[in-house]
Design a protein around this ligand. Structure first.
Ligand code: PIT
Length: 215
């Protein structure tokens, strides 16, 4: 059973914060090493003084991540809410983004693509069953678990960045539908871009998975 602590201060008492791993939505993600020993973590650092900072949407992201427990989704461990910064302690993965893997590999086989999409559809089916729509699926938000792939075992992918995720009730029907235009051009479903239409539902994630599969 997962436990979450929301500590008011003092992440530096518990973790050494190291190198930058990447950039999420409106934040930087750094490597963290627990002072008391134990496995390293990823720490999403959000600057509350940043013009982009939106307390309500960060609280929503944290609320969603608290519920998420799936082998193909990055897990949240704990949150440190300090005066100037919010620190979200996350599961560490070291394999880098799918985006870079496709670029660097030169070739990306159908088998690689099948494994990748298997993991992503598993994660998204789970999220949808919980009423969570990701809304920003793209190769930059799909992370390889390991940078030391073994030959026997295929490489696990994990979905990251729940910064645009939203909870919907009852799929696309009724008041559960969404109207906010968001996401990343190129991966976003047409109905998300059609602002005057009748809203959209969880299937917008399936559109993005289709574009990712094609790439
Ligand atoms: C890692 C390694 C890495 C990036 C991340 C995690 C980012 C994860 C993440 C970012 C978010 C979010 C959830 C997870 O909402 O290079 O282990 O903005």
């Amino acid at each position: 059973m997962a436990m979450f602590s929301f500590l008011a201060t003092g992440i530096k008492k518990y973790y050494d914060i190291g190198e930058t791993l990447g950039k999420g939505s409106f934040a930087v993600v750094k490597k963290g090493t627990p002072k008391e020993g134990g496995p390293a973590v990823a720490i999403k650092v959000v600057d509350k003084k940043d013009a982009q900072f939106d307390e309500a949407s960060l609280q929503q992201e944290i609320m969603i991540m608290k519920k998420v427990s799936h082998p193909n989704c990055i897990k949240m461990h704990e949150v440190f809410d300090e005066k100037l910064k919010m620190y979200i302690v996350l599961e560490l993965v070291c394999g880098g983004e799918l985006f870079d893997r496709i670029i660097n590999k030169g070739h990306y086989s159908e088998q690689d693509a099948a494994h990748c999409i298997h993991d992503v559809t598993g994660a998204i089916a789970y999220l949808h069953s919980m009423g969570v729509v990701h809304r920003d699926l793209k190769p930059e938000n799909l992370l390889y678990a390991s940078d030391q792939p073994s030959d026997s075992d295929y490489e696990t992918i994990k979905v990251a960045d729940f910064g645009l995720a939203k909870i919907v009730q009852g799929g696309k029907e009724g008041d559960g539908s969404m109207t906010t235009t968001c996401g990343t051009p190129g991966y976003v479903a047409p109905e998300v871009l059609e602002q005057n239409a009748g809203g959209y539902g969880p299937e917008v994630d399936c559109w993005s998975i289709g574009v990712i599969l094609y790439i």
